[in-house]
Write a protein that binds this ligand. Sequence first.
Ligand SMILES: [Zn+2]
Length: 210
Amino acid sequence: MTDRIQEITAAGRRIVAPYITPWTGEEEPSRTVVEHRLGIGYSDEVLGDRDSRGVLWHTHASFPGRGRPKFGEMHPQRQRRVMRKLLCQVCAGPADQSDEGVLWLLPDFRDDWPGWPTRMGLDEPPVCRPCLRLSVRVCPALRRGAVAIRARGYPLCGVYGAVYSRGPNSLVSRDVRTVAYEDPAIRWTRAGRLLRELLDCEIVPFDEVI
Ligand SMILES: [Zn+2]
């Protein structure tokens, strides 16, 4: 969705970047990854480098608005914040929630399996209705390529990140993938995105949420 929001303009004046979009002025400081008890850590690790489950995270500076937005990418700490708190990925206000569940706007892959997107592990945070309305109004292509869904279940299930292993001389990250919390590789992972599993989903016609 973030690569499409770039087409949204506020009253035709300027590009508005979603809250989770990183900016070119938010460089990731160079950190040295080291083996650390039963997994990896930073050589200069501080308290905020891990989440409440002890998973190590990429640490980007946070200066939204500095430089140019990098559409299609996600800022690790802002993505984690809105996903964890169920906030809108565009405006960071509360995501829309009703008796039918929390609202998501997703690329339409409903041919992938019967019941899609139930059981999908997802890095896209939810949205609020005004942001969904704005997205669809300003970018009509979304109506064809995307789908609004409501999910009644959305447990946190893991992260997407770089998995490290011991190389001949030092640690190497060979794999960037989804890692579930119960996977032992989680202790060897440097996370970039927080994932939820969508359960009990229903596709909502755009007209109903707009
Ligand atoms: Zn919003």
